[in-house]
Structures are given as structure tokens and as C-alpha cells.
Design a binder for this molecule. Structure first.
Ligand SMILES: Cc1cc2nc3c(=O)[nH]c(=O)nc-3n(C[C@H](O)[C@H](O)[C@H](O)COP(=O)(O)O)c2cc1C
Length: 171
């Protein structure tokens, strides 16, 4: 049976929510990651940056834009252990400026993806997966990248059945 890793970045705090701002105590992508684990099992790993992004949405927007422009690789607190043991890797993130937060680039660049299957998932407020799948394919050299799932962030708490059906079909 495939050994599954679900690795994700998700930000708590003030976020864009159906056209307004809302403070959330659990990130949208984290919710989806947990639904995947419930559906197909596997190990969960949350990516955390050494320097946290601002809890203020407007400040975070600017931080993220600056990192994207600079092609930054923000330091992360830890990397998943025994990465080589996993053959199926769900990679989850919020859509930030049309792609993944740059800390996901820090993570994904570190590994050899030969013979691994990568399954992306993304939460967003309208832009779907953006260009993230193209960026993932560049970063995960050697991987088979399967069709990703985009979930509207504000509906993430109600997305369990959709997420479970997609996750089961993907592994
Ligand atoms: C810095 C930043 C940039 C964002 N850029 C986009 C975007 O380009 N397109 C979009 O649809 N949503 C964008 N959003 C909204 C998030 O993708 C959405 O709220 C997501 O569900 C947040 O997930 P999280 O709670 O797991 O961090 C952005 C949010 C932030 C904080």
C-alpha cells in the first residue's frame, strides 16, 4: 500500500473571506488537509516559517508580494522526516498571488521526487489553483503530478465529502 504524506502550509489570523475580512483560528488549508487524512490516512506535516507572516491580512498581502517578487526562500522551522519513505505526497497551500506561498518553494526544492506521486490541493478566494500546478511541476522534478483540487477557502469547513471523494480517487 502506498505510504502517504500530507504536507501543507496554512495561515491563521485575519483573512479575506467572501469579499470581507474575517479572523480565523484554524486555517482553511489545514481543514482540507485533515479531511484528506481522514479519508485516506497518511501522515500530516504542517510547514511553519521561522518568521511568521503578519496576522493582519493587509500586511501579509504585502509581505507575500515582496517575497514573490524577490523569489525569496523563507526559512522553515522543520522538514518532514524520512521523506524518501513516502511514495504519495499531497501538497497543500493557500493561493497567494496566483501561486504557492514561497515557503512551499523552500520545502519542495529540497527533495528528489523521482518515482513519487504528487497530488496538489489549494484553497483560494476565487483564483482556483492559479499557476501553482505549473510551479509545482517545475519544483518536483521526476514526480508524477496528478490533477489538483481547488477549494473555496470560505467553504472549506463544508468541503469534507468533496475532498474525501477526490482524495480516494487520487491515491
Ligand atoms: C497573502 C495572501 C495572498 C492571497 N492571494 C490570493 C489570490 O491571488 N487569489 C485568491 O483566490 N485568493 C488569495 N488569497 C486568499 C487565500 O488563498 C484564501 O483565503 C485561502 O483559503 C487561505 O488559506 P489558509 O487559511 O489555509 O491560509 C490570498 C490570501 C493571502 C493572505
Amino acid at each position: 500500500m502506498a505510504k502517504i504524506l500530507i504536507v501543507y502550509y496554512s495561515r491563521k489570523g485575519e483573512n479575506y473571506w467572501n469579499g470581507g475580512l474575517k479572523n480565523i483560528s484554524k486555517g482553511n488549508t489545514e481543514r482540507v488537509a485533515e479531511f484528506i487524512q481522514k479519508a485516506v490516512g497518511g501522515d500530516l506535516f504542517e510547514v511553519e516559517t521561522v518568521k511568521p507572516y503578519s496576522e493582519s491580512y493587509m500586511t501579509c498581502i504585502e509581505e507575500a508580494k515582496a517575497e514573490l517578487r524577490a523569489k525569496a526562500r523563507p526559512e522553515i522551522k522543520a522538514f518532514p522526516e524520512n521523506f524518501d519513505d513516502y511514495d504519495t505526497i499531497f501538497v497543500g497551500y493557500p493561493n497567494w498571488w496566483g501561486t504557492m506561498p514561497m515557503c512551499m518553494f523552500t520545502l519542495l526544492e529540497k527533495y528528489d521526487f523521482s518515482d513519487k506521486t504528487v497530488i496538489p490541493f489549494c484553497t483560494n478566494e476565487g483564483s482556483g489553483m492559479g499557476g501553482s500546478e505549473r510551479d509545482l511541476k517545475k519544483l518536483c522534478v521526476g514526480a508524477t503530478v496528478k490533477q489538483g483540487l481547488a477549494i473555496h477557502g470560505a467553504e472549506s469547513a463544508e468541503s469534507e465529502s468533496k475532498v474525501a471523494a477526490w482524495a480516494k480517487k487520487s491515491v
